[in-house]
Design a protein around this ligand. Structure first.
Ligand code: CTP
Length: 424
């Protein structure tokens, strides 16, 4: 068993050095209860070196006051077009932005943006911005599903605006459903991706994909398990990237403590057996399956119903293991849905028997998958860092070298290779 995405520092530390001019981000905030979550998004953006101008609406200020935005961004905060008129802020702020993010975006803001209304500083900014725009809606389920909102979202997406799918869960009152603002850390990751790569193409629209992430845990007794240190970051980056390119994504997540990627169906599992069932089930209708998880290869032969006590005489611990299913090999062998592209990951080191690529080619053949993403971990690379360098080997013989870059960047190259094989 190997892990592909070991624990890494928090996002704020990873992106703290931005070379050259600081990217200019406009953070629009509209009047929804989730406005308080935008404070955390602002914090993530400023601490990672971005120059952030906050443009709240009048209604947003009823939830979180201007002093909070001013203190956190280090800049004055205005909502209307009549302050500092000599600086022409209604044009300048939008024109000079590298990215506009609106979080939360109410149904009202979506409607105004779709129709080009400009009655305050934020809507003026949206009209003058020529940079990528990310809108993160938050509202009650009925408002999100209303035909008017759906039409506005479709119009905005057609124009190249990134409209994030709201999350499901607890809403303002006691009710729950679709309409929650995705976690600030998730919107932050998406913002970084759009800043780095521009607005994603919708080349995976209409495709169903399954991604596994994290490390499985095999229970030993009620309080202990066998596990590994996989953080799930690479799998989550793959799921986020696929969703941003329009795919319908099922993420089978084993013991990961990261926020759910926006617009992704997350299925939580604990053991390799549960992961196998979830992945094989979802794969029956999938166009691609990417196995980025680190499933435990072995599990205790029996699970004790009570806590195992150490023997008083110091004798060896009774730990007998049996082998778990190899999910990747099973998917590749059974090919339940012909045409599904199956992708595996491998972390390899060279040894006396051969180099990294020799071992990787053996693994590609042994597992029978279509693509194998190979990390050379000889010098401890990958582990403990957010960056990844890889080679993607294909069963058809092609080799793609992926230079050192973020896990998000590697995720997009993997989807490029998958999409090429779909013929899109
Ligand atoms: N994998 C799997 N089921 C397992 C173990 C691994 O589906 N029980 C998948 C992983 O998700 C990954 C790939 O197989 O995509 C490679 O995993 P790795 O641990 O390198 O494979 P092993 O067969 O365990 O090879 P090794 O003998 O090198 O550990």
């Amino acid at each position: 068993m190997t892990t592909h995405d070991e624990a890494v520092p928090p996002a704020g530390e990873r992106h703290s050095v931005v070379s050259g001019a600081r990217p200019r981000v406009v953070l629009g905030v509209t009047g929804g209860i989730a406005a308080y979550k935008a404070c955390e998004l602002l914090r993530l953006l400023t601490e990672s070196g971005h120059d952030v101008t906050v443009v709240p609406t009048e209604s947003a200020l009823r939830f979180v006051g201007a002093p909070t935005w001013a203190a956190l961004s280090g800049k004055p905060v205005h909502t209307g077009v009549w302050d500092d008129v000599h600086e022409v802020p209604h044009v300048r702020i939008g024109q000079s932005a590298d990215l506009v993010v609106v979080a939360p975006a109410t149904a009202d803001l979506l409607a105004k943006a779709a129709h080009g209304l400009a009655d305050d500083l934020l809507t003026n900014t949206l009209l003058t911005a020529r940079c990528p725009v990310v809108l993160a809606p938050a509202m009650h389920t009925e408002m999100w599903e209303h035909a008017a909102t759906a039409a506005n979202v479709a119009t905005l997406r057609e124009r190249g605006v990134v409209v994030v799918e709201p999350a499901e869960g607890r809403l303002t009152g006691a009710d729950s459903g679709k309409g929650r603002l995705p976690e600030p850390a998730e919107i932050f990751e998406l913002a970084l991706e759009v800043l780095a790569r521009g607005v994603p193409r919708a080349d995976l629209a209409g495709r169903r994909v399954v991604v596994s992430a994290g490390g499985t845990r095999e229970p030993l007794d009620p309080v202990r398990f066998l596990g590994n240190r996989s953080s799930g970051r690479q799998g989550y980056a793959l799921a986020r990237a696929a969703a941003s390119r329009g795919a319908e994504v099922t993420l089978v997540s084993a013991n990961v403590s990261l926020p759910d990627p926006a617009g992704v169906k997350v299925v939580r599992v604990e053991t390799t057996g549960q992961l196998r069932d979830a992945v094989v089930g979802a794969a029956a209708t999938a166009d691609a399956v990417v196995m980025a998880a680190a499933p435990a290869d072995f599990r205790p032969a029996s699970v004790s119903g009570s806590k195992i006590k150490k023997a008083g005489d110091g004798s060896a611990a009774p730990l007998e293991l049996e082998q778990n299913p190899d999910v990747l090999a099973e998917l590749s062998r059974d090919r339940v849905r012909p045409g599904t592209i199956i992708v595996g990951f491998a972390a390899e080191t060279g040894d006396d028997a051969g180099g990294v690529l020799d071992h990787a080619r053996d693994k590609l053949a042994r597992k029978g998958c279509d693509l194998l993403v190979v990390n050379d971990v000889s010098g401890g690379a990958v582990f403990g860092s957010d960056d990844n360098q890889a080679v993607i080997l294909a069963a058809d013989g092609s080799v793609v070298e992926v230079p050192l870059g973020t896990k998000a960047a590697l995720a997009h190259v993997v989807w490029d290779e998958v999409a090429r094989r779909f013929g899109t």
